[in-house]
Design a protein around this ligand. Structure first.
Ligand code: IVH
Length: 666
């Protein structure tokens, strides 16, 4: 691989990982399994090892993903909340052990624990009282979810008398046991709400609810596995956790001391099977060096401690009968075949449906109706069919025929060269595609209309909106006819729609959902061509002249504007007041040219916006402090970056001073 190829591949991997981080941490809706995610990360790490010049501070290999959201106060972690190195192979556990032995003077003793599959939490106790509960966030800052955590019965609000330190932090995993998860998803199904993909996402989603009374009914539990502080009772992890159990915390019941690799392997083998009887999800084993002095000696990397690692269990498999196949039409028209199965118990939940991916996959595995199929569930997402037990096939069963027409609108399906999926081309009239367009238009990164997907879906199904322009015709009175709409929520929704017209031109362009025009392309287009009219009139050459636009995107843009319906839609959006030109946008200046900013702490508006503004005025924003940094923009609760900037003599400015620098009103 050449450096250029490596750089391109790394860039692509980083973009994919960022997308999956968003699905996982923010939306709580992962689309790939942990295993597939780890493969992406491993490939990226491999490239960065070969070409260290490609490592950048913002690479996902250099930091943990982020679950931070905007509704909660952000708090700096006193001790960075790291992640763990992980592996699926016992050979790598052997390497881990050798590395530890090489770095230590004395023999290590290990503690093996189950790896709970929930969401991480850090609990701070002051004088025996629960003071604060903070999520992992980006490892440096997390969300303060104390009010929600107080509703979890297994977390003591007040410790009984004991030898606990005056101040300490205890970290663990909040989880939703399987029975509570199934109950919650049944309730959601009854209300037409989308189900959570797995107990982990359900736990993470519950913790981020704004109403603690609802959290209290979600059946959450917490297992604690790591205690941090100055005056801990013992000099080793195992005894400290035992003490914590005496103070009323739930700790890993399976925690076992091990001296040798054999003992570790026995623990892993035992729990890989025995975990299936536990009432909650686990996805591996964590192996930790027991002595705190040895932990200290081994130290940390930017991402994870050197004194601990995780062995991940392989996805659970089962075998069952394929009853029938449904075909779902996605928001982009992509067709996904979904298997209906004879229900089976797998990874703690009842599996009735599984993904079949696409026509090639079905052909490759030669899957036929009523076959006994092998189903895999990796503790997450929709289970998938990974094989067929041909020995159990009934004689004379016919090969499977893939559909040729859209099950929603009967249009003839197409399949572009090189694409794995079939598509429904009828994007103007096929119902799931219309809904998909509206949801995309309203989404946070597009017009940022503040409404849940279920709300928009309901408005569409009830016929109140047939396309995105209809949103701007909605009146409070329309909404009040529907059950569940209080005066206030109807008003909020309408206000949010009205406010959305302020979105910059690039966002509006992205919101239109032109095929292949993602956020970056929309921005480049808006930068290069001053208005929607200019873009609509541009010919192939003019479009190709725009940075990063190639033949495929250019054709798609031309195709979009050739459609009369799209032109009418744009006219209506323009009439509603949506920005269709670049003119109204803030002027560009060179006020910040040559300045390199690092942003830290909690600020009054999203970092993305601040960054955009700095760049608009000629400045640059870097992820971390370096010799090039000229300014640190420090918000509330700024932590380690502030300290480092001070030490390096970098100019530190508040948000107010930054606004003055730009001469803008906050
Ligand atoms: S110890 C610095 N122990 O898995 C060491 N983590 O993938 C911190 N997890 O960040 C972690 N069970 O959220 C530890 N018994 C256990 C765990 C555990 C689950 C989570 C935790 C961690 C993540 C790493």
């Amino acid at each position: 691989m050449t450096l250029k190829e490596a750089a391109e591949r790394a860039e692509r991997l980083r973009a994919a990982i960022e997308t999956h981080n968003r699905h996982y941490y923010i939306e709580n809706k992962p689309v790939i399994s942990d295993f597939e995610y780890d493969l992406l990360l491993q490939e990226l790490a491999g490239i960065e090892r070969l070409f260290p010049s490609l490592i950048v501070a913002t690479s996902p290999t250099q930091r943990v993903g982020s679950d931070r959201t905007r509704e909660f106060t952000q708090v700096a972690h006193r001790y960075a909340m790291l992640s763990l190195g992980n592996t699926y192979s016992t050979d790598e556990i052997r390497d881990f052990d050798s590395r530890i032995r090489r770095s230590l003077d004395d023999e290590p003793e290990y503690v093996c624990e189950l790896k709970f599959d929930g969401t991480a939490i850090g609990l701070t106790y002051l004088n025996g009282r629960l003071h604060q509960a903070v999520t992992r966030g980006d490892g440096e800052y997390g969300d303060d979810v104390t009010a929600n955590v107080r509703t979890i019965p297994s977390i003591p609000p007040q410790l009984p008398p004991g030898e606990w330190p005056h101040e300490f932090e205890i970290r663990g995993e909040i989880l939703m046991p399987f029975h509570a998860f199934e109950r919650l998803n049944n309730q959601r199904a009854a209300h037409g709400a989308p189900p959570f993909a797995n107990p982990r996402n359900a736990a993470a989603g519950s913790l981020k609810l704004l109403d603690s009374r609802i959290v209290a009914h979600r059946g959450l539990e917490c297992f604690l596995y790591h205690i941090l502080g100055e005056n801990l009772p013992a000099d080793n992890h195992f005894d400290n956790l035992r003490k914590a159990a005496q103070w009323g915390f739930r700790i890993s019941e399976q925690m076992t001391k091990c001296r040798t690799l054999d003992e570790i392997s026995t623990f892993i083998r035992h729990w890989d099977e025995a975990r299936k009887t536990l009432p909650y999800a686990t996805d591996g084993v964590v192996i930790k060096v027991n002595s705190l002095a040895q932990q200290q000696q081994l130290g940390l990397t930017a991402k994870s401690p050197r004194w601990a690692t995780a062995f991940k269990f392989k996805a659970e498999q089962g075998i069952t009968e394929l009853l029938s196949v449904d075909f779902q039409v996605g928001r982009t028209g992509a067709i996904t075949p979904v298997a209906n199965l004879q229900p089976l118990q797998l990874a703690g939940t009842t599996v009735k449906r599984a993904s079949l991916h696409n026509a090639d996959q079905i052909a490759l595995l030669d899957i036929r109706l009523h076959d006994m199929v092998i189903v895999e569930k990796g503790g997450e997402i929709i289970p998938k069919i990974v094989g067929v037990d041909h020995s159990q096939r009934k004689a004379g069963s016919p090969p499977f025929h893939y559909i040729t027409q859209c099950p929603e609108c009967a249009a003839t399906l197409i399949r572009d060269e090189g694409e794995a999926k079939h598509y429904c081309p009828n994007d103007a009239h096929c119902p799931p595609q219309i809904l998909g367009k509206i949801l995309h238009f309203a989404s946070r990164r597009a017009m940022n209309i503040n409404a849940g997907e279920a709300t928009i879906e309901m408005l569409y199904r009830e016929g109140l909106i047939k396309n995105v322009a209809d949103l701007y015709l909605l009146k409070k009175e329309h909404l009040r006819h529907f059950h569940n709409w209080g005066e206030k929520s109807a008003e909020n929704f309408i206000t949010s729609i009205a406010a959305s017209v302020q979105a910059p031109f690039a966002k509006a362009l992205y919101a239109l959902g032109i095929r292949y025009v993602g956020e970056t392309t929309a921005k480049k287009l808006a930068d290069a061509l001053p208005s929607i009219d200019a873009i609509a009139k541009a010919n192939l050459d003019q479009l190709l002249a725009v940075d990063e636009i190639g033949e495929r995107i250019a054709q798609s843009i031309i195709h979009y504007f050739a459609d009369e319906n799209n032109r009418t839609l744009i006219a209506r959006l323009r009439h509603a007041g949506i920005r269709m030109t670049n003119e109204a946008q803030a002027p560009r200046t060179a006020a910040l040219t040559g300045m390199v900013f690092v942003i830290t702490g909690t600020l009054s508006r999203p970092r993305e916006d601040i960054k955009a503004l700095i760049e608009q005025h000629g400045g640059r924003v870097a992820a971390d402090i370096s010799a090039k940094t000229t300014h640190l923009l420090a918000g509330l609760n700024a932590g380690s970056k502030l300290a480092r900037a001070k030490k390096a003599g970098i100019k530190i400015i508040s948000e107010q001073e930054y606004a003055e620098l730009l001469n803008i009103q906050r």
